[in-house]
Ligand binder design. Structure first.
Ligand SMILES: Cc1cc2nc3c(=O)[nH]c(=O)nc-3n(C[C@H](O)[C@H](O)[C@H](O)COP(=O)(O)OP(=O)(O)OC[C@H]3O[C@@H](n4cnc5c(N)ncnc54)[C@H](O)[C@@H]3O)c2cc1C
Length: 635
């Protein structure tokens, strides 16, 4: 029973695990030195996160969310704070959310009022108390705080500030600040110190305003180089994109951890078998393979996508910090916003799905704490909500796509629009196809991923057009644009953003795989990408038929049979693929998913830890049972 089969399964791989690991991860993942550069810092957090999301979150909030906000929204006068952040001489947190508002950032109510050469921070009511800020309850000495700026007798809108919140020696909140903890949370998040903060006329110096593009003079005059309120808003909140980018990795990590545990356990677990033959490892059941291998592929493809996105983002940040103000950079900002707002939901939803499926795929033992799957599910769960609730941010993505296609915000009829090719060229190329005329299905080519991408292009165009038509129709009923925009979400704009995100992930995956020189790695990665592509497209089949992209069974049958065949063809490679991305056992921390495949031995180690514990009620129970049986015998 405990002889592990896993090494037999390892031998089935058609590729070399170390070669593929280098291709996917690259050396920087192994030699990451945080603070040296952004990509390496993210790589270190990525590694830390597979071990403990809480610790990773605390570090990320300090170094990347707080640090990046100061770096991208501040100027030279904030250099010392940045230095202290990088040297870990202070602890930062990020305070945007308030008790009564999270998604609707413009409605934040905390005020920062100019008064005698200082800002006075105040919380006008309970709903305006800052909350959810990680690191705040006990550790943060400094905070990036978003508040409505009042000067010259009026509100100048939402601005960001970097303020000290605690005394550096006593760690007590500064005068005019009250700080507390929000209470227990599930999973690793319990250790993240999500706190609340209330201001009572707290005074801070003028330099605390993060003043890229705007400032308040010593006399209280508000000066700005922003051309419009929306430009200011997009710069102020653009910093959120970095958080979303980091969270895309969470989806990939969730897929990798889930399938590492469940696939290794599936090799160890035997149930049923053909008549007069040995029981089969549950891994051998095509249904079990279909439930897990696509998520393993998701882990690979999303990881590849995120790394490329991160490179674009690093380039963007450098250009912003060097003071560039070009039209192309403004376009890039919008594209980063649209893509991060679409890819974060696509990735995190897949990661959560993977963890749920993996738990079920491990049967009863999957429910044990020592499988780690339940803990992982709880810990990954809020990634769907923070840094922008998934369903909410998908709307931002579709709004940018509509604006891109029509050049006029927010909507205009298709017929009125002059579709000019150059208008859709985007710096990262994820929207270049938007105005091409997509073709209907006329048969499969010899590249299934290209076929999937063609279907996505048609789907995306269909969703843009149907959203627009609905918009125009609803407009004739006299509804306002806010109401109409909400009414075109279901089956329209919401799906559009998801499809846009999935298309970009597949497109960049294809470009990555085409560049792999080593043939065996390339071949297995072609199948990995095909399976991910087919798996995500399968969910859009009904809409593709409704759109008229295809009719009759050929397309749907073709996609589904390719899906089954590709999944089966990857089965011999699955354990090898797991080894490429799996963290070491002490980080994985799962009795079911250990590298040596000895799931039952590990389970017994856990069982035996509890062997000698006799709970106090046991004696009472024995007394009770004896009493019952005495009473019964008397009867
Ligand atoms: C673990 C964790 C850590 C966090 N860390 C931080 C932090 O460090 N700093 C910080 O500032 N914040 C933090 N947050 C807060 C987080 O960013 C917000 O909770 C998040 O942005 C969602 O906002 P909300 O809570 O206001 O949700 P709401 O906007 O109230 O959403 C509630 C529901 O209403 C729906 N909804 C809302 N508006 C619309 C609409 N227009 N159309 C359709 N549906 C809609 C949403 O989709 C959602 O289902 C954290 C949250 C969590 C859970």
């Amino acid at each position: 029973m405990t002889t592990p089969l896993i090494d037999e399964y390892r031998k089935k791989a058609s590729f070399d695990v170390n070669t593929l690991r280098n291709i996917i991860d690259g050396e920087e993942f192994v030699e990451a030195k945080p603070q040296e550069d952004f990509a390496k810092a993210l790589a270190a957090i990525d590694a830390l996160e597979t071990f403990d999301q809480g610790t990773a979150a605390r570090y990320f909030l300090h170094a990347n969310v707080f640090g990046s906000a100061v770096r991208s929204l501040g100027t030279d006068r904030h250099a010392e704070i940045l230095r202290q952040t990088e040297q870990n001489e202070i602890v930062g947190c990020f305070c945007l959310t308030e008790v009564s508002h999270g998604s609707n950032t413009q409605k934040m109510q905390t005020t920062a009022t100019f008064d005698k050469g200082e800002f006075v921070f105040h919380t006008p009511n309970i709903g305006a108390i800052k909350c959810w800020a990680g690191n705040l309850s006990h550790s943060a000495t400094h905070a990036v705080v978003f508040a409505q700026l009042y000067t010259e007798g009026r509100c100048q809108g939402l601005h960001s500030f970097v303020i000290q919140v605690r005394d550096m020696k006593t760690m007590k909140p500064l005068p005019g600040i009250a700080i507390g903890d929000m209470g227990e949370k599930p999973g690793d998040w319990n250790g993240v110190e999500n706190g609340w903060m209330r201001f009572d006329h707290h005074r801070a110096p003028l330099w605390t305003l993060l003043n890229k593009g705007c400032d308040v003079t010593l006399e209280g005059k508000y000066v700005t180089s922003f051309k419009s309120q929306s430009e200011k808003q997009s710069v102020t909140l653009g910093t959120l994109s970095i958080g979303r980018m980091g969270i895309i990795t969470k989806g990939a990590n969730a897929c990798i951890l889930a399938t590492t545990i469940a696939l290794r356990y599936s090799v160890a677990r035997r149930q049923f078998g053909p008549p007069n033959k040995e029981e089969m490892p549950v891994f051998e059941y095509p249904l079990q393979q279909y439930r897990l291998i696509p998520y393993l592929c998701g882990g690979f493809v999303i990881k590849i996508f995120q790394k490329r996105f991160q490179n674009h983002f690093v380039e963007y940040m450098w250009r912003v910090m060097s003071g560039e103000k070009s039209e192309e950079l403004a376009e890039m900002s919008k594209e980063i916003h649209a893509l991060s707002a679409a890819a974060k939901p696509v990735s995190t939803w897949m990661g959560i799905e993977a963890l749920g499926e993996a738990r079920r795929a491990c049967g009863g033992h999957g429910f044990l704490t020592c499988s780690r799957l339940n803990d992982l599910r709880e810990s990954f769960d809020p990634s769907q909500t923070y840094e922008g609730e998934n369903n909410m941010i998908l709307q931002q993505s579709s709004n940018i796509i509509f604006a891109k296609v029509y050049q006029i915000l927010p909507f205009k009829t298709i017929l009125e629009v002059q579709m000019k090719e150059p208008h859709t060229r985007t710096p990262m190329g994820t929207m270049n196809y938007l105005l091409d005329t997509p073709k209907k299905f006329s048969g499969f080519s010899n590249c299934i991923v290209e076929d999937v991408l063609s279907a996505y292009k048609y789907l995306i165009r269909h969703l843009i057009e149907t959203s627009m038509r609905d918009y125009e129709k609803l407009k004739t009923t006299g509804k306002d644009s806010f109401t109409i925009r909400n009414e075109i979400q279901v089956h329209r704009a919401h799906t559009l953003s998801i499809a846009y995100g999935e298309h970009a992930i597949i497109q960049w995956g294809l470009e990555f795989v085409r560049d792999i020189a080593e043939q065996k790695s390339k071949q297995v990665m072609q199948r990995v990408l095909s399976l991910y592509s087919l798996f995500v497209l399968d969910k859009h089949l009904a809409t593709l038929y409704i759109s008229g992209y295809c009719s009759g069974p050929e397309f749907g049958d073709g996609i589904r049979s390719s899906l089954r065949l590709t999944c089966a063809s990857l089965a011999p490679d699955a354990i090898g693929l797991v080894d490429v991305l799996a963290p070491p056992d002490f980080i994985l921390g799962s009795s079911l998913g250990a590298e040596d495949g000895r799931a039952y031995d590990r389970l017994m180690e856990v069982f035996l830890k509890h062997e000698n514990e006799s709970p106090p009620f046991q004696k009472d129970l024995a007394n009770f049972l004896v009493q019952r049986s005495n009473n019964n015998s008397k009867l």
